[in-house]
Design a protein around this ligand. Structure first.
Ligand code: LLP
Length: 423
């Protein structure tokens, strides 16, 4: 469910026509619906109501300050993977004590920063990281709360680029190695073992691999408890998929019910790190058609945004539905590639797609672009980053202005020796 719907033949976000947003903010622009974000967060969180739990929104999926603030207002915690993301949470007014920190490459400075903000726990991914965190915590005269991220070697049955729980992946620690670390945990005088963590992949469409991982974790908690170690938190990561093109992922209610039933027996506080399921269908990318072009082989609809704004189709062959802002019947014979301005043949947002007969100047909405959309946008071809707009009822707010040319070049310098050589 989301709040992007046609009214009298025109596409709206909540109570606002997208046309109006394009006039005010230009294109390309990401548009998010506050009502959808709120509803998705609450539905997800509610599905774990029978269990002590914390929903930590995965900041990497959509990190705009306004969106983070919205989740903070709903009582959410945050899953971060960098010092930069922690800084965002702080600036958005989020509670840093509700932050879990994942990622394989945390630096000393990032660990120190997170420790100073008293985050809930570090999801540690290697022995090297344990050593470093122990040193950083000792230096700061603090104890760092730690969960070990387990790599369970379970196939999540998703795109290989977004699988993270196979032993060939760089993430987590193999169960046998984790057991050895647990046995010897006392050697880390400045660490407190508080949790077990796992995240096997993204866009998961079946419960089975999730439940398989959960049962491994539950077994491990029991085993550790018998060995006298207290495991307070069980972090199951994120990964629940959404429907981009008629996929049928488990509903949050089912996901919550099934996980809660099994996790309950551990007595642990459950931590969830959802990203896509909360924000994916709450955002669209608004584009304008610039040209139509026909070759002997193809028809192209050329828009003012492309892989620089939304890289998912180029990177994963991902499908995003594309709707004209002014409703019209998609002609079955009009098969097009929707492409952008970038000088790469991978620059497409839709391929061989039945498409309405649009004209230059018309607006298009690339649907389900809320997750891993803006956050993966780049300045390739020196294209400015798009604007972001948050809609709430009849109101809309530009929550990130479009990057200007000055902004784009602001951190670059020409060194003196080159300036002198000018004849
Ligand atoms: N927790 C951890 C440790 C993660 O690495 C991720 C995502 C999440 C939570 C949130 O997963 P979600 O609920 O959103 O599936 N760029 C790719 C997705 C990469 C996911 C990376 N990790 C895409 O566009 O499909």
């Amino acid at each position: 469910m989301h709040h992007f719907n046609y009214r009298d033949g025109e596409l709206y976000c909540e109570e606002v026509p997208l046309q109006k947003i394009a006039e005010a903010a230009g294109t390309p622009t990401y548009v998010y619906s506050a009502a959808t974000l709120t509803r998705h967060f609450q539905a997800f969180d509610e599905s774990f109501r029978n269990l002590d739990h914390l929903t930590c929104f995965s900041v990497k999926a959509l990190s705009n300050l306004a969106v983070l603030r919205l989740f903070a207002n709903l009582g959410g915690g945050f899953d971060i993977v960098s010092g930069g993301e922690l800084y965002r949470v702080e600036k958005a007014g989020g509670d840093t004590r509700k932050v879990v920190f994942s990622g394989v490459s945390k630096t000393e400075a990032e660990l120190d920063y997170a420790l100073s903000k008293d985050i809930l726990m570090f999801n540690v991914e290697s022995e090297g990281e344990l050593e470093l965190l122990n040193r950083v915590a000792a230096k700061a005269g603090k104890k760092a709360r730690v969960a070990l991220r387990i790599n369970p070697d379970v196939d999540p049955k998703t795109h290989p680029h977004i699988s993270t729980g196979l032993k060939s992946n760089k993430f987590g620690i193999e169960p046998e190695k984790a057991r050895a670390i647990f046995r010897d945990f006392k050697r880390y005088a400045s660490l407190e073992l508080t949790g077990l963590d796992c995240h096997i992949g993204s866009q998961l469409l079946q419960m089975e691999p999730i439940m398989e991982v959960l049962s491994h974790l539950v077994e491990l908690v029991v085993e550790l408890r018998e060995a006298g170690l207290v495991i307070k938190y069980l972090d199951l990561g994120g990964g629940l998929g959404i429907s981009y093109n008629n996929e049928q992922p488990p509903l949050p209610a089912e996901y919550g019910r099934e996980i809660s039933a099994v996790a309950k027996e551990t007595g642990c506080t459950l931590i969830l790190e959802p990203g896509r399921v909360i924000v994916g269908n709450a955002g669209i990318l608004l584009l304008k058609v610039v040209f139509l072009k026909e070759t002997g082989a193809k028809r192209f609809v050329i828009a003012d945004g492309g892989m620089n704004d939304l890289i998912r189709p180029a990177l994963y062959g991902a499908y995003h539905e594309v709707l004209p802002v002014l409703e019209q019947a998609a002609s079955k014979n009009n098969i097009v590639d929707l492409v952008g301005p970038i000088c790469e043949s991978a620059d497409f947002l839709a391929k061989d797609r039945p498409f309405p007969m649009v004209k230059p100047g018309e607006l298009l909405a690339v649907m389900s672009a809320g997750a891993y959309g803006f956050v993966m946008a780049s300045n390739y071809n020196t294209q400015p980053l798009p604007a972001e707009v948050l809609v709430s009822g009849k109101e809309f707010h530009v929550v990130r202005t479009r990057q200007s040319y000055e902004h784009l070049l602001a951190s670059e310098r020409i060194p003196e020796f080159l300036l002198k050589d000018r004849g």
